[in-house]
Ligand binder design. Structure first.
Ligand SMILES: [Zn+2]
Length: 252
């Protein structure tokens, strides 16, 4: 049984994982439980999204979009790496999940089948935490290093708290029966890794790696290689000496 985390605990586990946290005004009382009559939870997984827009915080946290009232996620993750809490209750982010995909995350299977509507559907908003990560979703807009790092931390924070493996971490495209393609896009880098394309498999690997370490861990930063000085040949040393002598001679 995995009850949704009480709001203060939500803040605490994110901060313990090194996430920069902000709280959207009124977030503790904003959810979709009362409005739908469907209580949030038990929760079994995380569902990751890209916003497909910029400056989307108010839309995600409160306003929603036409036909889809806010909040649209539990957490909004800005390009700066700032995670803003939008709700601790039910939110409108997941839509319908294919049952076969959902069960693979519920059971933490090591592989996840393509979502098949024929397997039946589950209301994803009942069972998953949603993270909306700011990115245009064009396939060209880059997730900055600091944003990707925070994204891994957020997912790891929930997994650590619930004692889930990284196989509880899903992308919307892996569960949706409505043809969603998110998350998508190049990543600036992570740890010692340079630019790479976002994939859920790599993302789960990065979450799994993080879970092997304490919550305070940071992945290794890129250390530029220090060029080794090449020893000078005798000719080069003599030439350098001559240059210095010439410089001294011509000084005055
Ligand atoms: Zn989505």
């Amino acid at each position: 049984m995995a009850d949704p985390l009480p709001e203060p605990r939500l803040v605490a586990v994110l901060k313990a994982e090194g996430v920069k946290v902000a709280e959207y005004p009124g977030w503790r009382d904003r959810e979709r439980d009362d409005e739908t009559g469907k209580p949030f939870g038990p929760v079994h997984m995380l569902l990751n999204h890209h916003t497909a827009s910029s400056n989307s915080l108010t839309v995600v946290a409160k306003n929603g979009v036409a036909g889809l009232p806010g909040p649209l996620a539990h957490i909004h993750l800005a390009k700066s790496g700032l995670a803003t809490l939008c709700s601790g209750g039910r939110t409108n982010h997941a839509g319908l999940m294919a049952r076969n995909a959902y069960e693979s995350f519920l059971n933490e299977a090591t592989s996840h089948p393509a979502p098949s509507k024929a397997s039946g559907t589950v209301d994803g908003n009942d069972v998953s935490y949603g993270i909306e990560t700011e990115n245009l979703g064009t396939g060209k807009d880059v997730y900055p290093r600091v944003q990707y790092d925070a994204w891994v931390r957020i997912n790891a924070a929930f997994c650590r708290e619930y004692k889930w493996s990284a196989q509880s971490v899903a992308g919307h495209k892996e569960t949706s029966v409505e043809g969603k393609v998110d998350p998508l896009g190049p990543v600036e880098g992570y740890g010692t890794r340079g630019k790479f394309g976002f994939s859920m498999a790599q993302f789960r690997t990065d979450v799994a790696e993080r879970l092997k370490h304490p919550a305070s861990w940071s992945p290794g930063a890129v250390v530029p290689p220090v060029p080794k000085p090449t020893p000078l040949t005798t000719e080069q040393r003599l030439a350098a000496l001559e240059t210095r002598v010439t410089a001294l001679e011509t000084k005055d």
